[in-house]
Design a protein around this ligand. Structure first.
Ligand code: SF4
Length: 240
């Protein structure tokens, strides 16, 4: 399940170029204004009988359509941390490209990290990996994952993978999508295999280079296609 406590974002690096925030969604709703969604307090909403709307033992993908560490969300994030702390029975997967704002965005009692928080750092190429991941692996976080998406070039994770629990990979989805080369995906898969880490090839992207041919892949078929290639590495738990 996805939880987007706020909406809105703006570009930070090359991976943002074709973000859906600049497509039809942006024309309709605007893009740069960071505002609460109507699901802002979703994890702590309760039914009349006092039970939470969302039952425990769930995984909530948080801020997968915005950025958790946006400076404009600093005040809202304080409330979100309180909700995350209240719902120890839910695993929150938090995604960001702005990992350099980690320390200034934490709750006071963070310590070595909340047990129910997985933080994911997005990197689209080697330059961003070398910029973001040294910071990312130096921070106190209980579980870390790297989202190589949209994958825009080969990425060597040798210097970081020892401190990462999981890697996901995806191509770019857009009319103007840049090519995702399957060899880059296989290289990341091999790095995870060697390091004994879990790996999820989540989607091929719209322009998928494989066996010397660039295939145009319908957005609704990209996840299935990636799955059929059968290169995921699982530990039995759901991949993300
Ligand atoms: S950080 Fe993420 S949500 Fe924000 S513009 Fe870039 S790709 Fe889009």
């Amino acid at each position: 399940m996805n939880w987007e406590p706020w909406t809105g974002c703006y570009p930070l690096s090359d991976g943002c170029k074709n973000c859906y925030f600049y497509g039809p969604h942006a024309k309709r709703y605007g893009q740069n204004e960071i505002t609460k969604t109507d699901k802002f307090d979703w994890p702590i909403r309760k039914k009349k009988n006092g039970e939470y709307n969302i039952k425990g033992d769930k995984i909530l993908a948080t801020c997968f359509a915005t950025d958790f560490f946006l400076p404009e969300a600093d005040e809202m994030r304080k409330e979100v941390w309180a909700m995350i702390k209240e719902r120890q029975d839910i695993d929150f997967l938090i995604l960001t490209k702005r990992i350099d704002r980690f320390y200034e965005s934490l709750p006071e009692d963070w310590g070595d990290g909340y047990d129910n928080v997985n933080i994911g750092c997005t990197v689209e190429n080697q330059e961003m990996a070398d910029q973001r991941l040294p910071l990312f692996i130096s921070y106190p976080i209980k579980r870390r994952f790297v989202a190589c998406a949209p994958l825009l070039g080969p990425i060597d994770l040798t210097n970081y993978i020892h401190a990462i629990d999981h890697v996901s990979v995806g191509g770019e989805t857009s009319r103007e999508a840049r090519v995702c080369d399957y060899q880059w995906v296989l290289d990341l898969h091999e790095q995870c295999k060697q390091a004994n880490k879990t790996f999820w090839f989540k989607n091929t992207g719209s322009q998928f280079l494989r066996d010397g041919i660039i295939e145009k892949v319908n957005p609704f078929k990209q996840t299935t296609y990636a799955k059929e290639l059968d290169i995921n590495i699982s530990d039995g738990k759901p991949l993300f």
